[in-house]
Design a protein around this ligand. Sequence first.
Ligand SMILES: [Zn+2]
Length: 129
Amino acid sequence: MVIKTAAEWRKQLSSGVFDITRNADTEIAFSGKYWNQHDKGIYRCICCDNALFDSVTKFDSGTGWPSFWAPIAAENVREIRDTTYGMVRTAVSCTECDAHLGHVFDDGPEPTHLRYCMNSASLRFMKHT
Ligand SMILES: [Zn+2]
């Protein structure tokens, strides 16, 4: 487990990334760098490098956020009931450092029917070489 104080995270992260990953903010749709990315590779946690998603599970959801139908491993993400903003959603965070990543919905494609709707700002893409 990676545990740092808010001040330490602030030093490591830009203010936009800090707000999203440490305060569960959401980036504006179509504003992030990965929603329209189709390269093959691994999406890691921007805070701690935990391997979160593989490009083979990425799909075009039309939402403006990078979307995946499964994480790399179930134990790498934590799913928590989120009732903020008058909605009942399931928030997704990194199990290594507790970074907020996005939300998961049950309207995704085959084979899982899940849609992990992530913030680009929470991810760091490592292209397969
Ligand atoms: Zn992390």
